[in-house]
Ligand binder design. Structure first.
Ligand SMILES: NC(=O)c1ccc[n+]([C@@H]2O[C@H](COP(=O)([O-])OP(=O)(O)OC[C@H]3O[C@@H](n4cnc5c(N)ncnc54)[C@H](O)[C@@H]3O)[C@@H](O)[C@H]2O)c1
Length: 398
């Protein structure tokens, strides 16, 4: 289905030219959004501009200069975690709408400032890139829970497994707490899992019991920075102590949903970046009194429905099993797979339509409050793992 509001009148500026920056650019171009500006290191910003035909180039990470451009309406922040908050606050001050990569920041103290700035009267639209919400299967699970198709939800189970940091020589800035935040596997990918489950249930996690482990206590790193997933010659590496977790087990207690089918649901999830063979497996199972649904991001077009007293079903995206609620979030018919890049496209479409419609569409995307809540949860998870006890979040975040 095509977009009801043409999006080519909105203009985007992207900060960051690493792994995910070009994913944003490609998705925006597929939506017909004009990408007018790019910001990064001088060399990579020029190269990215050249590759994608982006007219305005801001080198030397000079995002403030990009924010002064009258040709940028929406800023996409795809830089490393430690600069997200400063870049977000400056964007809001400059009157730019924002799509900020996750996690929203390094500490809840700093992310609270983004919540406050984005809540001011007349503030621009602010979204955090928890785009897993926009896989059609995730929207379908959400619709099924809200309609009561699964009955009352009893429990949720799943994992987010990757293997790109399995070897001692695998390096990325995320491994360093000073660069990515105190939680790595959980902060980087676990928060995608928690956000997706919150979205499906319509309730936020309010309590956690966690166990975190670092398998590689010492790792080897190259001298200088490398792009995410880049290969480096081990002979040129130096050892360093690791201060973030490789994997973790989470028990979560969710709050009450407005629709009433999810009340105090328990969930358990394993999160790992050292799980050999799994590249990007976000797996969720939602188990209710009438049935269950199970989905894995590595087979994103299929949803398994389980029933006690009837045959189980495999629902295919773009076919009869997927309801009307999902129709606006998929562009290709069944049998023509959509996946990770499409989830970004559908997310940005939702954000840009919200802006273009004067905020008339339902904001299904993660807000600054949702991003802040994930950072608060990460802090509670770390505290729980150290104290070996349940931690409840004191007051709900905005
Ligand atoms: N939503 C998702 O699925 C997803 C996937 C991957 C990464 N991410 C997030 O995107 C962000 C970037 O991750 P990545 O994997 O692309 O990392 P990366 O290291 O591949 O790229 C980071 C980019 O930011 C640039 N940069 C560094 N410091 C900067 C600064 N001060 N100002 C502006 N740019 C700066 C680097 O030059 C590089 O181009 C992270 O926050 C990460 O959590 C999200």
């Amino acid at each position: 289905m095509s977009s009801p509001t043409p999006l080519h009148t909105l203009r985007a500026g992207v900060i960051g030219t690493g792994f995910i920056g070009p994913v944003h650019i490609e998705a925006l171009k597929r939506l017909g959004v004009q990408v007018t500006a790019i910001c990064g290191s001088t060399r990579s910003a020029r190269a990215t501009a050249e590759q994608w035909g982006i007219p305005e180039v801001y080198g030397d990470y000079d995002y403030e200069a990009m924010y002064r451009s009258p040709n940028v309406d929406v800023v996409h922040i795809t830089s490393p975690n430690k600069v997200h908050v400063a870049q977000s606050l400056a964007a809001l001050r400059a009157g730019k709408h924002v799509v900020c990569e996750k996690p929203l920041g390094m500490t809840s103290r700093e992310t609270a400032k983004v919540v406050a700035a984005s809540a001011r009267k007349g503030a621009p639209v602010f979204a955090v890139n928890y785009m897993c919400r926009f896989f059609p299967a995730v929207l379908q699970m959400r619709a099924m829970v809200r309609r009561g198709d699964l009955g009352n939800i009893i429990h949720v189970q799943g994992h987010f497994f990757q293997d790109w940091l399995l070897h001692q020589t695998d390096y990325n800035w995320r491994v360093l707490a000073s660069e990515g935040g105190k939680l790595r596997a959980v902060g980087d990918i676990g928060t995608h899992w928690i956000d997706a489950v919150s979205f499906i249930l319509g309730a936020r996690a309010e309590g956690v019991f966690a166990h975190l482990e670092t398998f590689h206590k010492t790792r080897l790193r190259p001298i200088g920075e490398v792009k995410t997933f880049a290969k480096v010659d081990p002979a040129t590496m130096v050892p360093y102590r690791v201060d973030t977790e490789d994997f973790g087990s989470l028990l979560l207690k969710f709050g009450r949903s407005a629709h009433g089918f999810a009340d105090g649901v328990h969930a358990n999830a394993s999160i790992s970046q050292v799980a050999a063979g799994w590249k990007c497996s976000l797996s969720v199972g939602i188990y209710g009194t009438k049935g269950s649904v199970r989905w894995d991001l590595q087979q994103p077009n299929e949803l398994l429905v389980g029933r006690r007293d009837e045959p189980n079903q495999v629902l295919q995206r773009g076919t009869a099993g997927f309801s009307e609620d999902v129709a606006g979030f998929t562009d290709y018919p069944g049998g023509h797979p959509e996946g990770f890049p499409d989830s970004h496209k559908m997310h940005y479409r939702a954000v840009y339509q919200h802006i273009a419609s004067g905020r008339k569409t339902e904001p299904l995307f993660a807000t600054a409050g949702d991003g802040h809540h994930e950072v608060r949860l990460c802090e509670a998870i770390l505290k729980s793992s150290r104290a070996k006890r349940w931690i409840r979040l004191a007051t709900p975040a905005a």
